[in-house]
Design a protein around this ligand. Structure first.
Ligand code: FAD
Length: 450
């Protein structure tokens, strides 16, 4: 780091009012908010941030495929509704998302030269198309806020001694009056998030909801056929079923060489991981005509059979609109059934390659219908926790005050970002939640001295 405030770790026992562990989105936001808030109220308040990586914002730099989907369009209420599907988690995040909203975040970025653009699907990205510009803006904000920063500095242990937190790294013991834990989740452990913060929170007395995969790919027991790898199905409903329970998600699905990815698979992965945890197995299906009931689709198939008796079924399927809005094969708002998938539909439905509509028995039609509504994708082998964009689980929300982000268990301990037991959807919701909870934690940590 070419940074004046960056201090090399030396022997001694540096003390600060507020010490933050983790310089990701949440930790940086907390540091900036604390310094600004202290300045606004005329208080002196030293803020130190410790980060095990060599620089801040490592995850921001790789987010959104290097483009950083920094937040999502909409009011805080809309973000909570679309981005956080579990009601208790949305309720917990409500205050933070209203206190430091997407508009606040974008204004902060804009004040440091990062203009953003909103995509038609509501995702917001820096106009530069480069996540590094977001990370750099936060580095600049840390610098100008005079936050003391230590990098390549991994915290090994935290103890509460009297009124102080004693924070031990490989070569320094720091003390602080107030501690903010912003160490993130447990996925992508190779870039610093290996669960240290959860062990620290547990040692301090917090209960932890066991981390599990979220926004992760689904690996199947039998990999999809090589000819399908890379294929995308647009706007289908992905259904996962195990032990009599079914969960589903609407969206695009991508075939990979190990199983499935794409928005529908990533979004459903948390539920699938939970089903796997309970049942040990989970079957996947795709509803290719999610907008239509089986009865509506059957009526359409019958209409097609009457209209085009000599047409081969496979020819019909090639280019057949997928998930049409209304009960009509005329328009293809979401694209068509990929040609490569057609032989598999035919095989699963038990149809001969050259069968025509007029040659189709009622049983054939029923089995075609059932394959189109429930195309089998195989059984899940694994939902790899480390491959997830985020991890679910973490510090129990019931033990943290949602209005201040202060621990209900340990005085003057604050927790923010992905270390907490919430998980957002894809679309910029997770970074926004980290920035918002970080901001609220920083502001409230300063209030400890009021
Ligand atoms: C590949 C990928 C792409 C993503 N894309 C997006 C996206 O486009 N939009 C979106 O909204 N979300 C995205 N996310 C999710 C988002 O990046 C995270 O939810 C968010 O960064 C969490 O912020 P955080 O500050 O809580 O944790 P983190 O950003 O993970 O920061 C935690 C920091 O704590 C440090 N740390 C951990 N332990 C210690 C220790 N013992 N001592 C010192 N430091 C420690 C870590 O090194 C890390 O820098 C993506 C995630 C990944 C992995």
């Amino acid at each position: 780091m070419n940074n004046k405030e960056t201090t090399a770790v030396t022997a001694g026992q540096p003390h600060s009012r507020i010490l933050i562990i983790g310089a990701g989105a949440a930790g940086m936001s907390a540091a900036i908010a604390a310094r600004r808030s202290a300045k606004a109220s005329g208080k002196g308040c030293s803020v130190t941030i410790l980060e095990r990586n060599a620089r801040p914002g490592t995850k921001i730099r790789i987010s959104g495929g290097g483009k950083c989907n920094v937040t999502h369009r909409g009011t805080p209420a809309e973000l909570l509704e679309q981005g956080f599907l579990r009601r208790n988690e949305a309720r917990f995040l409500r205050h933070a998302l209203y206190s430091f909203s997407n508009s606040d975040l974008l204004a902060l970025l804009s004040s440091h030269g990062v203009e953003t653009e909103e995509r038609p699907d509501g995702k917001v990205f820096p106009l530069s198309g480069d996540a590094v510009t977001v990370a750099r803006a936060f580095e600049e904000l840390l610098r100008e806020s005079r936050v003391e920063q230590y990098y390549s500095c991994r915290v090994r242990r935290v103890e509460r001694k009297g009124e102080l937190f004693v924070v031990t790294t490989a070569d320094t013991v720091f003390t602080a009056d107030c501690l903010i834990l912003a160490t993130g989740g447990v996925s992508w452990s190779r870039i610093g998030t290996s669960g240290d913060g959860l062990a620290i929170a547990r040692a301090l007395g917090h209960s932890i909801t066991k981390p599990s995969a979220a926004l992760a790919p689904l690996y199947t027991q039998k990999a999809p056929p090589a000819s399908l790898s890379g294929l995308a199905l647009r706007s289908i409903t992905l259904v996962a079923s195990a032990g009599g329970r079914c969960v589903e998600r609407r969206g695009d699905l991508l075939f990979t060489h190990r199983g499935f990815s794409g928005p529908a698979a990533l979004s459903l992965s948390r539920d699938v991981a939970e089903l796997m945890g309970v049942s040990g197995n989970c079957a996947l299906f795709a509803d290719l005509f999610a907008q239509q009931s089986s009865a509506e689709l059957e009526a359409e198939l019958l209409k097609q059979a009457r209209k085009s008796g000599t047409q081969m079924i496979r020819k019909f399927l090639q280019g057949c609109p997928i998930a049409p809005h209304s009960g009509s094969f005329g328009a293809a708002p979401y694209g068509t059934i990929p040609t490569a998938l057609v032989p598999f539909i035919m095989r699963h439905a038990g149809l001969e390659n050259d069968v025509t509509w007029s040659g189709l028995t009622k049983e054939n039609r029923q089995s075609l219908l059932s394959v189109l509504k429930r195309f089998p994708l195989g059984s899940v082998r694994d939902v790899p926790l480390d491959q997830g964009e985020i991890s679910a689980g973490g510090v129990s929300l019931g033990e943290v005050n949602a209005k201040t982000l202060c621990s209900r268990v340990v005085p003057n301990l604050f927790l923010c970002g992905e270390i907490l037991d919430y998980a957002g959807e894809i679309g910029g919701f997770n970074l926004q939640a980290a920035f918002s909870t970080g901001w609220v934690a920083g502001v409230n940590a300063v209030k400890v001295w009021e």
